[in-house]
Design a binder for this molecule. Structure first.
Ligand SMILES: Cc1cc2nc3c(=O)[nH]c(=O)nc-3n(C[C@H](O)[C@H](O)[C@H](O)COP(=O)(O)O)c2cc1C
Length: 169
């Protein structure tokens, strides 16, 4: 496990993240189907080469499905699910908040709000479930706070809805 991917710090933001990595997406494909058993069904994204996927970890994200205008919230996991040891590729798994709908085949766009932690190899499923529960609580809180106080770089915080505002000092 690399130092960065094993980090458990709750990053205060995504300041170190390349601006281009805030937005990415892909098509929903089938995963192992374990998510529903764990209580957190996830949509697994097939990401096209060249998409700027952030480093392994758990993130709070804003999400859009296809051309639907509604903005949803999600908690996502990026990595090879080290708890299981049978996942040999890098997965982007999306737990969409407040949505009980099969997204298989849909195209999804994501925008990172914050990085919550790194990927962890848990020694029991109970630990993974407990941590995932608190990730979702933290993710919802961050997304709600950012919706109340949009950051200047987020389009919804701009009067013209356009390019990020740059302040000069
Ligand atoms: C919010 C969230 C955090 C996760 N964190 C981890 C983690 O730290 N370690 C890990 O091995 N898997 C983690 N996972 C991935 C789960 O292991 C995975 O979603 C589960 O095995 C279901 O996978 P499947 O859809 O391919 O069946 C996380 C998933 C979510 C939604």
């Amino acid at each position: 496990m690399s130092r960065r991917s094993s980090s458990t710090r709750a990053d205060s933001g995504t300041s170190s993240m390349d601006e281009r990595e805030r937005g990415f997406g892909g098509r929903v494909v089938h995963g192992h189907g374990r998510g529903r058993i764990l209580g957190f069904p996830t949509a697994n994204l097939a990401v096209e080469p060249g998409e700027p996927v952030p480093e392994d970890g758990v993130y709070a994200c804003r999400l859009w499905i296809g051309t639907e205008p509604e903005q949803l919230g999600a908690t996502i996991s990026i990595g090879d699910n080290p708890t299981f040891g049978d996942v040999h590729d890098r997965r982007v798994e999306v737990y969409v908040h407040d949505l009980d709908r099969d997204l298989y085949g849909s195209d999804i766009r994501l925008e990172v709000a914050v990085r919550l932690r790194g990927m962890v190899r848990f020694t029991s499923l109970e630990e993974l479930i407990r941590q995932t529960e608190s990730d979702v609580v933290a993710s919802r809180a961050v997304l709600a706070a950012q919706a109340r106080h949009p950051l200047p770089w987020h389009p919804s915080g701009l009067e013209d809805g356009g390019a990020p505002r740059r302040t000069r000092s």
